[in-house]
Write a protein that binds this ligand. Structure first.
Ligand code: GLA
Length: 337
């Protein structure tokens, strides 16, 4: 069995997913491939080609581990918990996702593992929303990353030529045609991985939960204004409210093929993430500037923040810098055979 999980690009809708909000991601071409072969040892033997490392554990009773091993063990454990008996298996994990490029290698790996192991267990594929939730449990409970559903949903629901309007309140997905018409989307690594990436992310989550509590709403999706909130909670809420609105405007821009409007939304999103959500760093600012100097019509920090990747939109006739990986909507997670 062979399965492929894509990385994800998020056009707009950042730090909205854990606020029951809207996002507009797509699945990238680059991704992770998992080859799975059944064995009769009752053990899972896994090999990561990217890390040059291996792991081996009891398929019926995976124990916690660190790094990429946590994804493999957690996925097997969560499948078992969902009454899908994972047999003894040999797994080979290969990736062509640029390391640290901010395209969510974790969702790519998780979705590929899920599909490969389900096929190996002889099980039909359940609802993909449930698979996305399963991968999210792996991230929360096994990897220790309190992420939202953006990455997993993009990996499982991606479709060529389309962005996905994802509503995180009910995990509904609407395909929105994305034709670049000569424009190029590029993702550039800022080269910075700040040590407070995880703590910063979790702090923003806590701030949003606290703001919702003070506003008396179940989530910031139900908030209508930031009025009356103290600093910095008022600015966090302002970001979430304005970002949800920008997702809707982004959908409109795609439908009317108005790329300059999309570029302006990327810039506005960046300003909001930098000033109201405070998750930019100097390296990211420099990368945004560099993309602009190369002719990008719009550019913004993408993903969790405090370093990481920049997404930029280049008009026809411009040459994106060599380090900007060109991305376009590709197929979601799938079995290859
Ligand atoms: C990370 C998380 C996502 C999402 C983004 C911010 O990529 O994995 O769930 O919260 O940050 O939009």
């Amino acid at each position: 069995m062979r399965a492929r999980g894509p990385g994800r690009v998020n056009l707009i809708g950042e730090h909205t997913d854990y606020n029951d909000g809207l996002c507009l991601p797509f699945a990238a071409e680059a991704g992770v491939t998992v080859d799975a072969e059944a064995t009769d040892t009752g053990e899972v033997e896994a090999e990561s080609l990217a890390y040059g490392e291996a792991d081996r554990f009891d398929a019926a009773d995976p124990q916690p581990a660190e790094g990429w091993r946590a994804f493999v063990r957690g996925t097997v454990a969560e499948l078992n918990a969902a009454r899908i008996t994972v047999p003894g298996a040999r797994l080979r994990i290969e990736s062509d996702l640029p390391e640290g490029a901010g395209l969510s290698s974790s969702a790519a790996l998780g979705s590929a593992l899920c599909l490969a192991l389900l096929a190996l267990a002889g099980e039909a594929e359940p609802d993909r929303r449930d698979l996305a939730r399963l991968c999210s449990r792996v991230e929360h409970d096994w990897v220790g990353a309190q992420t939202g559903m953006l990455d997993q949903m993009a990996a499982f629901f991606g479709a060529p030529g389309h962005a996905l309007l994802l509503d995180c309140r009910d995990l509904s997905v609407e395909q929105v045609p994305l034709s670049l018409g000569g424009w190029t989307l590029g993702v550039a690594d800022s080269g910075s991985r700040h040590e407070h990436t995880d703590s910063g992310y979790n702090e923003r989550r806590r701030e949003c939960a606290e703001a919702a509590r003070r506003l008396g709403v179940a989530s910031l999706r139900d908030a209508t204004s930031a009025e009356g909130l103290p600093e910095p909670l008022n600015r966090r809420v302002r970001h979430v409210l304005s970002e949800n609105a920008r997702v809707r405007q982004g959908v409109k821009a795609l439908r009317t093929k108005d790329m300059p409007a999309l570029a302006a939304l990327l810039d506005a999103s960046h300003a909001s993430l930098r000033d109201d959500y405070e998750l930019s760093v100097p390296e990211v600012e420099r990368t945004v500037e560099r993309m602009k100097e190369a002719g990008a019509a719009g550019a913004r920090i993408m993903g969790g923040g405090f370093g990481g990747a920049v997404l930029a939109l280049f008009p026809p006739g411009t040459e994106p810098p060599a380090d900007a990986l060109a991305v376009a909507p590709a197929e979601g997670a799938r079995l290859l055979g």
